[in-house]
Design a protein around this ligand. Structure first.
Ligand SMILES: Nc1ncnc2c1ncn2[C@@H]1O[C@H](COP(=O)(O)OP(=O)(O)OP(=O)(O)O)[C@@H](O)[C@H]1O
Length: 443
């Protein structure tokens, strides 16, 4: 993967990605409070809260290293963002993958992807399983290695060891963790089984203690002894997966005492992570690892040569859009390259995504205020489609996905009709026609 980390000159390489959760079968475009335009090949997210009272200043543009839209698959997220972290880990460089976002935005899905209990959704392995598969398939290359797994839950700044055979509900100190963990795991099946059992313990513990906002931290350490012509080479690296909840909505809208306390602790911990990463990036002498349990626990894998990937999970259907906006703001703190958001906003790919979101929306909402946005967007897209130049691959893929194989032609005629019908006549009766054409194109 060329782009990740490529433009980071700092000691620690920090990359950011956004994953947009698809709206589910029970939700409609009307439920979307955010218009988010982004595309797999673009690295900006343009976020327009539909409820302008939530953000009177209008659209906001956030730059990240990679946007995974709502149609992205687990395999795409893995191949494009996580695989290189695993490669670094196997090469002796510690790597941390963090998933951050509001509740129900797809953090667990992205990391663990558990099968749905009603069996309706297909099981697709998440980043943890895909990474473990890669690691186990490469271990035979080393002359000698020692693998160690640890799994922790942090709640209200209290640490629990989910691999503790005895009393896993016992609070532990981060320094105790040096002697903990499971060694000698020999197969991917054994590893996944251990993680599943630990997840069951965490559900029980969460229910027993009424925990609602927790951090989950899975760590895999690898010690390798390899021999080459210069003699033995020893390396130590850690690969961590961290599930970080966001509490901005709760903090903004208020909550009961216990939940508020939980959220304040989470928020302190998130600031501590942010400070540590900033200090590492700035090459500061003092790194405030001790400011939170999570940073203390990760201190051996956050250092000069390590890599961090923060995946922000966001949802188009987000009550008042607080969580998604705050997730994007959090990610933008780590962004180091100087993107030109305006230029990127006009790129062909983000235009298409915007069109798709808006055309879904104009089928159901008739608000005049959307007309100028839709018009600009459609006109620029029509220009792209009418030109002879080849469409970039993700764009043609998206067109096929949304409008069938005849994609480009149908889409052009659809846009022409939308422009004729709606913008010249300014007549919303045309919306019905558009709706019909749209449904024919989508068949
Ligand atoms: N990219 C996706 N594709 C399909 N389904 C998804 C996707 N992301 C999330 N979901 C579904 O959305 C629901 C909520 O996702 P998930 O449990 O991962 O959210 P979460 O952020 O971990 O929530 P919480 O913080 O409350 O634990 C699940 O049913 C999950 O299967």
């Amino acid at each position: 993967m060329e782009t990740y980390g490529g433009d980071f000159q700092h000691n620690i390489q920090i990359a950011t990605a956004v994953r947009i959760k698809p709206i589910d079968a029970l939700q409609t475009a009307q439920d979307c409070v955010l218009d988010i335009a982004g595309c797999p090949s673009s690295n900006t997210v343009t976020c327009t809260p539909a409820s302008f009272s939530a953000a009177p200043s209008g659209p906001k543009v956030f730059s990240v290293n990679r946007v995974f839209d709502e149609y992205s698959t687990q395999q795409e997220v893995y191949s494009d963002a996580v695989a290189s972290m695993v490669e670094s880990f196997l090469g002796g460089c510690s790597s941390t993958v963090m998933c951050y976002g509001g509740t129900q935005t797809g953090k667990t899905h992205t990391l663990s992807s558990q099968a749905e209990s009603d069996g309706e959704k297909e099981y697709t392995p998440g980043m943890i399983e895909l990474s473990l598969r890669e690691v186990f398939s490469k271990l035979h290359k080393f002359d000698k290695y020692l693998l160690r797994f640890e799994y922790y839950m942090v709640w209200n700044e209290t640490l629990y060891d989910l691999f503790d055979d005895g009393d896993y509900s016992r609070e532990i100190k981060p320094k105790d963790s040096d002697f903990k963990g499971i060694y000698g795991v020999e197969s991917i099946e054994q590893a996944l089984d251990l993680i599943d059992q630990a997840n069951l313990k965490s559900y029980k513990l969460r229910a027993d203690l009424d925990m609602r906002r927790v951090h989950m931290i899975l760590r895999m350490s690898l010690d390798v002894i390899d021999h080459d012509e210069d003699g033995p080479e020893i390396s130590h690296s850690v690969l961590s997966f961290v599930d970080l909840p966001s509490c901005s909505r709760v903090l903004k809208t208020g909550a009961s005492n216990n939940l508020l306390k939980e959220c304040q602790k989470v928020s302190q911990s998130l600031s501590a992570i942010c400070n540590v990463l900033w200090c590492l990036k700035e090459n500061k002498r003092h790194i405030p690892f001790r400011d939170s349990k999570t940073t203390y626990l990760l201190s051996d894998s956050l250092n000069k040569n390590s890599r961090v990937l923060v995946i922000g999970c966001i949802s188009l259907v987000d009550n008042l859009s607080y969580d998604s906006l705050s997730t994007l703001r959090y990610l933008s703190r780590f962004q180091t390259s100087n993107q030109q958001p305006e230029a990127l906003m006009n790129s062909r790919n983000s235009t298409l995504v915007k069109l798709i979101l808006i055309s879904k929306k104009i089928n159901v909402t008739h608000e005049e205020k959307e007309i100028p946005q839709v018009e600009t967007c459609l006109k620029s897209l029509l220009e792209v489609l009418s030109s002879d130049s080849d469409l970039p691959e993700p764009l043609s893929k998206s067109i096929n996905w949304h409008f069938g194989n005849k994609g480009r032609k149908l889409l052009s005629s659809l846009i022409e009709r939308i422009l004729e019908g709606i913008f010249s006549e300014k007549n919303w009766v045309a919306t019905r026609k558009v709706k019909t054409i749209y449904s024919i194109c989508s068949e």
